[in-house]
Design a binder for this molecule. Structure first.
Ligand SMILES: NC(=O)c1ccc[n+]([C@@H]2O[C@H](COP(=O)([O-])OP(=O)(O)OC[C@H]3O[C@@H](n4cnc5c(N)ncnc54)[C@H](OP(=O)(O)O)[C@@H]3O)[C@@H](O)[C@H]2O)c1
Length: 345
């Protein structure tokens, strides 16, 4: 569906369009007629921010089992305790997942296999950083590592697992997997010209927002391509965007000596225009329940399907997509034991 929305791109990606959406487009109410009784959901980075609120909203509509996937046991336990107070009858489990560690991701997917069913997954964990830092093992820049590479690894492994289950007949309706992107991808100036990974790992010209926007753009490029490999009758995959949300932890990892813009202008801008976490999280719920198969491979924002970023409609976007796919698969080939090579057929 996003593929057919190029005509809306000018408005959606303009500063006026973005301001209009932030100020005047309001959440669709939660689907109160839907009951998620008997269903299981997994949400990463759900100890805080929009991920935590998404847990609450799924529980409000009757979810029976929730996996709170977090990197810190203590913060997961605190989040689960709050949720259990509000929803005492629900089975809430805290499972460890560190998106900075491939071993942790692979172990988490193995743990997910132990569940008899998974109906909904939200890959929400992400970060920003004002300083360029490399992952000590992989050598990749850390935001690119967490927001793109590791998210893609987790997404692919979970999608393959869900697909196998549908084929085995243990799930009857397609599970939905939504990956949290950002409409800042519209502002990315990333080009298709050269190999992707070396550019994302290059400290020259690094800036907090550029690295974040580019990582989220690449996520959309990869997920669109992945969705072409996966039948929506097996697994529905989309990318969702909460919009600018105030008061979450995303503003952490600031520079040691912040300038005026980072210290005052951005927080003020976010406070003035930012949505409440409840609104942001309700876009996730819409991405899970509101679009069905027509949202497969699409970008879901403002409680509807929106266009891709401009590059994805251009011929060079196709070049980038293929390049990114191959570079990513090369990076993740260590996971071939887990079926990743099935994506090549
Ligand atoms: N806020 C916005 O305006 C906005 C706009 C568009 C998109 N988004 C997207 O919305 C999602 C949620 O962001 P948020 O605003 O709610 O920020 P947040 O409060 O900082 O939440 C991010 C979550 O990701 C987790 N996380 C970070 N690195 C991790 C790692 N290595 N392993 C496991 N978990 C990790 C964090 O866990 P810890 O607490 O342990 O650090 C936290 O639970 C992100 O994907 C973000 O890009 C946000």
């Amino acid at each position: 569906m996003s593929a057919e929305l190029e005509k809306d791109l000018f408005w959606e990606s303009s500063i006026f369009g973005i301001l209009y959406k932030q100020l005047f487009v309001h959440p669709k109410p939660l689907p109160i007629k839907v009951s998620l009784s008997g269903n299981t959901a997994v949400i990463t980075g759900s100890n805080s921010g929009i991920g935590f609120e998404a847990c609450r909203q799924l529980l409000q509509i009757g979810l029976s089992r929730l996996i709170v996937a977090v990197r810190s046991q203590a913060s997961g336990d605190t989040a689960a305790k709050k949720l259990r107070m509000e929803f005492p009858d629900v089975d809430i489990k805290v499972w460890l997942l560190d998106m900075a560690e491939y071993d942790s991701i692979v172990a988490f997917v193995r743990q997910c296999r132990s569940l008899d069913r998974i109906d909904y997954i939200i890959l929400n964990a992400a970060m920003q950083s004002s300083t360029f830092r490399r992952h000590t093992t992989t050598g990749h820049e850390l935001v690119f590592q967490i927001d793109y590479i590791s998210t893609v690894l987790l997404c692919v492994l979970l999608a393959l697992m869900l697909k196998d289950r549908v084929h085995a007949g243990t799930i009857t309706k397609p599970p939905v997997l939504t990956i949290v992107g950002s409409d800042t991808m519209y502002l990315s100036t990333f080009s298709a010209a050269e190999p992707v990974f070396p550019r994302m790992d290059n400290p020259t010209g690094y800036s907090r927002m550029k690295q974040y926007m580019d990582s989220k753009l690449l996520l959309m490029v990869f997920i669109r391509r992945l969705a072409q490999q996966i039948n929506p009758d097996d697994v529905i995959i989309n990318v969702c965007n909460p919009g600018m949300v105030a008061g979450t932890g995303l503003g952490r990892n600031g520079s040691p000596n912040p300038g005026f813009v980072e210290k005052y202008a951005i927080p003020l801008f976010a406070r003035a225009l930012g949505r409440k976490v409840q609104s942001g999280a309700s876009v996730y719920i819409h991405a899970l329940l509101g679009e069905g198969k027509r949202g497969h491979g699409s970008f879901i924002s403002d409680w509807t399907i929106k266009p891709y970023a401009r590059l994805l409609y251009a011929k060079e976007g196709q070049v980038l997509s293929e390049r990114l796919w191959h570079e990513t698969m090369e990076e993740l080939k260590f996971a071939s034991d887990h079926g990743i090579e099935k994506l090549f057929v």
